[in-house]
Design a protein around this ligand. Sequence first.
Ligand code: AGP
Length: 608
Amino acid sequence: MCGIVGYIGESQAAPILLDGLAKLEYRGYDSAGIAVYDGEDIRVQKAGGRLKVLSELTHDGATMPGQSGIGHTRWATHGAPSDTNAHPHFNAAGTIAVVHNGIIENYLKLRNYLKGKGYAFVSETDTEVVAHLLDYYDKGDPIEAITKVMHRVEGSYALGILFKEHPGEIYAVRKDSPLIVGHGKDGSLIASDVPAVLRYTRNVYFIQNEEIAVLTKGEIAFYNVYGEPVEKEPTAIDWDINAAEKGGYEHFMLKEMYEQPKTVRDTLSPRVKDGGIVIEELGMTDEEIRAIRKIHIVACGSAYHVGVTGKYVFEGMARIPVEVDLASEFRYRDPILEQDELVVVISQSGETADSLAALREAKKRGVRTLGIVNVVGSSIAREADQVMYTWAGPEIAVATTKAYSAQLIAEYLLSIKFAQARGTVTEKEVAAYLKDLKRLPEQIEMLLGNKERIQHFANRYIAAKDVFFVGRGVDYAISMEGSLKLKEISYIHSEAYAAGELKHGTISLIEEGTLVAAVATQEELYKKTISNIVELSSRGAFVLAVTNDGNTEIEKAADYVIYIPQTNRYFTNSLAIIPLQLFSYYVAVGKGCDVDKPRNLAKSVTVE
Ligand code: AGP
């Protein structure tokens, strides 16, 4: 995610801004910028790439004198990484500077509105809309202008704002994106996260949703969205710096698991409009979608598992044939591709060598390609004919969690869009799908709340030698992901099997006490999976079942049951994965493994 910092006080602002942004580098970014009020004007310096470039350009801030300023590290969501798209963004007169973390969901509508009022835009970002909208409402009272903007803007935002006409103040606003205020002995600060302020103060105010903070050299005042004063108490932070980068979580992986509700919401909300699906960046008309006769989904690792889920969802909803391939196989098997087919490449990093090679292989054969990618401006995002972004923000832990969940959401949205275009679903069915999708974040939140129970269960399997995951349909796909999560961070041998396949060999491996996780979320297959569980138990397996609320029948067969809330049968992977992620995480922690950086693994496999 983007990083925001701001400072106003007795010291020079620029060095403090650069230092604060450096403490937020772990959030991932592709460009940076700072704006400082120099006593007359707001000066700005931006730079693509690492923060070092910006520090060198400003001689560690020395070329930008002034005692108040804002800074930003940008993780691109709208508009590729570039100096122009880097923050801060300004109004035309250069009298208002804005840094932003989040997604302005209605930015296109506001952009067109402002263009109609004569405003011109220089960047591709959603953020620039905020700078011009503040200008539009600025009648001399920043709070009034800010509250009017808050009533017009939809989406998530943490904003740092400088008004040239109000040089002794910095303004901060937040809705859904994180932002804190620090009050130090020689000045006040704003930041996206605690690490950026710890060097200057441990006295922190957490801005609540739709609150405004006004910082001066000595004071901090808070207001609500109606411009009314709000009283707030500071919190003393006792974290050390390292813990703070993880938001107080022990590992980035756990932090990112807990970011999944927000990731799902961020990937979903901007695309559900007026009862339908709008994927602005997709660039495919309904007619072009209808002309697609077959889909090939190509990926690696967890992204491949998303593809396996996609086969069931696309074929189920849109009645379009889907073939799923490991990218490393697809690229060398001389695939049979026809012109009226679509190759979908799924990749968090957008740089996985096998997936990029598979994309190029498809393009060489003249087949339309679509990338489902998390990193804006990555190779796969740039080279695919079409792209659909997962707005998961940067994922630091090698084992994917929130990006995986965002990829599932992207796939569901695409399936619904394809089904609507091909007329294979009714509007009533679509309305039901959207209703269930919107409930996923709160349901994920609820499942994450079970962590103590799962940690207790996981501790029993720290010494396990083999763990098997089985399921049918999408439950088979989630078994693959559950198995990979366990393998890659705890180093315990694990395999995933289609539940119906066990008796064709694998069941010979089951011994007394062997743990088998049986995922059973598909109502029409419950009985089949229960009979598989009985086969396993009768050979000594200890069966952990993951199933839907209400399916208590399974308790007669399984030894331990984890229930997930009711949702549409196509979407159960998004819920079943949560206990499986927690289980793997706590087994790995119990074994003392390096959870965020497992041995032999890289976050992005950019080699063959
Ligand atoms: C998943 O936990 C792994 N880190 C790995 O399987 C990963 O999903 C795979 O390497 C694909 O990476 P990508 O999504 O960046 O292409």
